[in-house]
Write a new protein. Structure first.
Length: 191
């Protein structure tokens, strides 16, 4: 494949990824705007309204790992397309729902579709990026692992400038036993 084809393919994939993520992400705003009308038309009680919101969130959170595994096994594009199709079908069911129970079930189905769509879409974007461009793509899809200095290092009572310089090297909490920390933070004293 010519470099210009790869570049245009990457642009198309990234545009499709952004649109898919926008559709899934916009869902939270849309459902909140529709809740008052749904509550009145479908005569939803307080518990049903809570489940309309939570069914989606719980299902998406539970199945996001399964969606990632599906992207690995079946391919990112297939997983993403299946998730978006399931999400769209569930959206149609919600629009045509005759009762609150159907809305809650369709919202759970939407969450399942969203889990597959999100995992597949992120994997498709990563796969489409050439190896040389992957660090910039993956940096955009993950959070920073850098912690504030106050959480990762401490100063000790140093006896020389060399000891003082060594004490400024950041230490990870997971690798430093509590007994060897030389911090006087009130939060650490309680640990």
């Amino acid at each position: 494949m010519a470099p210009s084809d790869t570049k245009s393919d990457l642009k198309l994939v990234l545009i499709a990824c952004c649109l898919a993520m926008l559709a899934v992400g916009d869902n939270s705003t849309a459902i909140m705007a529709a809740l008052p009308a749904m509550t009145g038309e479908l005569k939803l009680g307080a518990a049903e309204v809570e489940w309309v919101v939570n069914a989606y969130l719980l299902t998406a959170a539970i199945f996001i790992v399964v969606g990632g595994d599906a992207a690995d096994q079946a391919g990112a594009r297939r997983s993403s397309i299946a998730g978006i199709a399931l999400f769209a079908l569930a959206s149609l069911l919600i629009a045509l729902a005759p009762s609150g129970v159907v809305v809650v079930g369709a919202r759970a189905l939407q969450g399942l579709g969203a889990a597959f769509a999100v995992a597949g879409t992120l994997a498709a974007g990563s796969e489409a990026a050439p190896a040389a461009r992957r660090p910039s793509w993956s940096a955009a899809t993950r959070g920073s692992t850098r912690r504030p200095r106050s959480m990762t290092s401490c100063r000790s009572a140093a006896s020389s400038p060399a000891d003082s310089a060594k004490s400024m090297v950041p230490r990870r909490w997971t690798t430093t036993p509590i007994s060897s920390r030389s911090c006087s933070s009130p939060n650490l004293d309680r640990v």
